[in-house]
Design a protein around this ligand. Structure first.
Ligand SMILES: Nc1ncnc2c1ncn2[C@@H]1O[C@H](COP(=O)(O)OP(=O)(O)OP(=O)(O)O)[C@@H](O)[C@H]1O
Ligand SMILES: [Mg+2]
Length: 467
């Protein structure tokens, strides 16, 4: 009897040890389907100060992994995420705010009260706008800006020949301009040079010869040897791409600099890029250039600890922007204390702007995915797959399986669904800012009065005949 007891005791111990081994090594295969929503409190807290949804925020570390917010018009992107984030994050940080609809400027008084220096770039109201000249004095910077302008304004056809040739030609004109006095170095002058090239290239020929730059002269000769019909088509594409600089206000705004990019590392600036709603698409090329140049500046060298303030880019209506470097920037910029919120109405807008492969890269690099109510079927199906499957017993006692959320349920829900990193989905019903009394007190502060900025002169026009 004792022997039998000893035998059972040893068997029990071996079984226990094996289970412990399985638990420690994780070898035990999971046999239960138990998908479930995660509690919002696992990632959102009223103590955190990162991106907000309703009246709770993600941690700052989580927010450096970026957020993409998808939802139809009226689904609450601005009123449940963007305004809430600006109001909850205000303080010791920098905001770069794309505000083409002018809704986010309502947060400016609260940001000012929290110590932010509010600046505005507004091509529709130049009297109160900051100035910024995207023309930089080196070959590769000129080429990058020209690429953004051409790709952002000219539809990319199946044959990209005209866009590529046009980028080459405008970049070449920019490089020729580098030999002229600094007051002429802007895209308004590049446009004048292109016009001149179109009807009488002799003054441009003289400018090129005067540079004594053999590489430049050889490249220019190569362009001048183009068949005249081909040249007319390329210059026509270029003139269309640069047409924004024929607007007198844009010409002025982009011929001077009133901002120093270093301020965006050290001071609590809140910069709003805004304009009249009707002009939003037209002017979006300027904001696209600005954001890309600022990213490049912020990413020049890794900041030492506490050396650089967090810089938050709040990209309302991001579908208006053409950000050629976004897919590379979004995977790296976190290391430079920079976080982005990208707002789109639909995932297809990302595909339309960047193509499906780049759109996926951008999407995957957003650690927080915020799905507002009313998603498309494709997104609803993806959400259903992400949610996983669980088992249950029906009323007859039969075991069945079911998706945590079916595509039709994902499409019809009035809740916001969050997919944060590799965690289970989260379902919440966040309040909009106008239902949160503490936020309404900030929104109801006296409206922000933009101060008139230093007025710069109309840019001097380069005189070709005197050359
Ligand atoms: N201050 C406010 N008071 C009451 N209702 C508001 C207020 N601001 C917005 N809303 C309502 O909240 C809803 C969501 O609006 P919101 O602007 O957040 O949508 P959105 O997703 O940003 O849309 P869009 O893509 O058009 O910008 C709308 O029905 C709108 O009328
Ligand atoms: Mg909105």
């Amino acid at each position: 009897m004792k022997l039998l007891l000893l035998f059972f005791l040893i068997a029990f111990c071996i079984g226990g040890l094996y289970q412990l081994y399985e638990w420690l090594t994780g070898d035990k295969r999971k046999t239960k389907l138990d998908a479930d929503f995660e509690k919002p409190s696992s990632v959102l807290s009223s103590k955190h100060t990162g991106f907000a949804v309703g009246n709770k925020s993600f941690s700052v570390t989580q927010s450096f992994n970026h957020m993409i917010c998808l939802g139809n018009s009226g689904s609450g992107k601005t009123s449940k995420v963007l305004i809430n984030s600006l109001l909850r994050m205000r303080g010791d940080c920098v905001f770069i705010i794309n505000d083409p609809t002018g809704q986010l400027i309502a947060t400016a008084p609260a940001l000012e009260q929290a110590g932010h220096e509010v600046k505005i770039v507004n091509p529709s109201d130049i009297a109160c706008s900051q100035y910024f000249n995207p023309f930089k004095s080196d070959h590769s910077s000129i080429q990058k800006v020209v690429t953004t302008i051409v790709n952002g304004t000219m539809p990319v056809s199946k044959d990209p020949f005209f866009n590529i040739s046009c980028i080459k030609l405008i970049t070449l004109l920019g490089r020729i301009l580098l030999y002229s006095p600094p007051e002429y170095q802007n895209f308004c002058t590049v446009l004048r040079m292109l016009n001149q090239l179109n009807f009488d290239p002799t003054p441009i020929d003289r400018m090129v010869v005067a540079t004594r730059d053999h590489n430049l002269i050889t490249e220019y000769k190569g362009v001048a040897a183009f068949d005249s019909k081909l040249m007319t088509n390329i210059t026509a594409t270029g003139l269309a791409a640069l047409s924004i600089f024929s607007n007198p206000d844009v010409a002025r705004l982009t011929s001077h600099n009133s901002m120093n990019f270093d301020d965006f590392k050290k001071n609590n600036v809140a910069l709003f890029f805004t304009c009249k709603i009707a002009d939003a698409k037209f002017f979006s090329i300027l904001s696209s250039i600005f954001y890309q140049q600022l990213w490049e500046h912020l990413m020049e060298k890794l900041p030492a600890k506490d050396d650089q303030k967090p810089v938050w880019f709040i990209m309302e209506e991001a579908s208006l922007l053409t950000l050629n470097t976004l897919s590379q920037v979004i995977s790296q910029v976190r290391k430079f204390n920079v976080g982005l919120i990208l707002v789109y109405q639909d995932y297809n807008q990302l595909i339309d702007t960047y193509g499906s492969a780049t759109a996926r890269t951008i999407f995957n690099n957003c650690g927080i995915k915020c799905y507002m109510p009313g998603q498309s079927l494709a997104v609803s199906e993806e959400l259903s797959k992400l949610g996983g499957v669980f088992e249950f017993e029906d009323e007859t006692g039969t075991r069945r399986t079911r998706n945590l959320i079916l595509p039709n349920e994902a499409r019809e829900t009035s809740d916001v669904i969050l997919a944060v990193a590799n965690r289970p989905l989260i379902k919440i019903d966040p309040p909009p800012f106008y239902m949160i009394p503490s936020m309404m007190r900030l929104i109801d502060l006296p409206p922000f009065q933009p101060k008139p900025t230093k007025i710069f002169d109309t840019p001097p026009l380069i005189q070709f005949n005197e050359d």
